[in-house]
Design a protein around this ligand. Structure first.
Ligand code: NAP
Length: 290
């Protein structure tokens, strides 16, 4: 039996084994199976905005207890209050900079025991910084993308997959890739390289974790309107708004709905990867705008 925390309850239909000696045709008084719903726990990186925050809401609605992470702890705390009040789930806020592996390790080490039994990890924290040709790129932008999108994802995955294995949890890891993970585009070489890394890591992790029954899914969205472009353009909101002009982009909720579908599929089914775009977008290069 899987090792369980205090929070965890097991599906335990209770059937009476008592023989009744009843006659043929006699009405049987079968006690209703008492089914206790098993609470699952998910950790979402980058839950302070956009896709991560929407996913936290969708998973809370499904009854997941949650660990929500990011640097902006004020936002995480108000999300915590909202989710606990609306969905009656348990939420734990972890504030850390995922670029720093020592900070990440110590934040995860400090998780209370009840939140360490993770069934689901959503590796979502990430960013694009800058949009320039390779000869004009800013080294700090490149470092923040590499340290967050690749090294941050690796650090959290290393720790959480080990926990899942040690506790014999048949868990699920969902990596937030991008269409930039299979298509490179002009001015985006380094962001595309980090998401190509996420694509390769997802395939490799799926093989490495196969024997432990841990599923790995990669989601590759096209254009989603979140704070993504504001971050990419270093706070220039007008420039960010132009990205979505004349097109109806995806929303964080669209991606969250897909995640909710993926995690409610039967245990023997895995979506390896999924590419999703606005209807008005064909690929990383071509959109049809009003
Ligand atoms: N929006 C799109 O068009 C799009 C398309 C394809 C893929 N994606 C991917 O989707 C994921 C989520 O992005 P989003 O669109 O939802 O953007 P977003 O609204 O900017 O959210 C990004 C999240 O990542 C967290 N994060 C960033 N750097 C971090 C760091 N150093 N340490 C800890 N957390 C960090 C942010 O939290 P804090 O700032 O509070 O730390 C925030 O919660 C990213 O991996 C992105 O590459 C987005």
């Amino acid at each position: 039996m899987r090792k369980m925390g205090a929070e965890r309850v097991q599906n335990f239909p209770l059937y009476s084994k008592k023989r009744t000696g009843r006659q043929f045709g006699q009405r049987i008084n079968v006690p209703k199976p008492k089914i206790l719903v098993m609470k699952k726990t998910a950790l979402i990186t980058g839950a302070s905005s956009g896709i991560g925050a929407a996913t936290a809401r969708a998973l809370a609605e499904l009854g997941y207890n949650l660990v929500i992470t990011g640097r902006r702890t004020n936002r995480l705390k108000s999300l915590n209050d909202e989710l606990e009040e609306k969905y009656h789930v348990k939420v734990h806020v972890l504030g850390f900079d995922i670029q720093d592996r020592f900070q990440t390790q110590s934040a995860l080490d400090g998780l209370p025991e009840t939140f360490r039994h993770l069934d689901l990890l959503i590796n979502n924290a990430g960013l694009a910084a800058g949009l320039e040709h390779i000869d004009e790129g800013d080294w700090r932008d490149w470092e923040s993308m590499i340290d967050t999108n690749i090294k941050g994802l690796l650090c959290v995955s290393r720790i959480v997959s080990q926990w899942m294995i040690d506790q014999h949890i048949k868990g699920h890891i969902i990596n937030m890739g991008s269409i930039a993970g299979t298509q490179a585009y002009e001015n985006g070489a380094v962001y595309c390289a980090t998401k190509h890394a996420v694509h390769a890591l997802s395939q490799g992790m799926r093989m490495d974790l196969l024997k432990h029954g841990i599923k790995v899914t990669e989601i590759r969205p096209g254009m989603v309107e979140t704070e993504f472009s504001i971050v990419r353009f270093h706070g220039d909101k007008d420039r960010a708004d132009k990205v979505y002009e004349g097109i109806e982009p995806l929303t964080g909720e669209d991606i969250a709905r897909i995640i909710a579908w993926i995690v409610t599929l039967p245990e023997h089914v895995n979506i390896n990867d999924i590419e999703v775009m606005p209807a008005r977008q064909a690929n990383a290069f071509l959109t049809y705008r009003d």
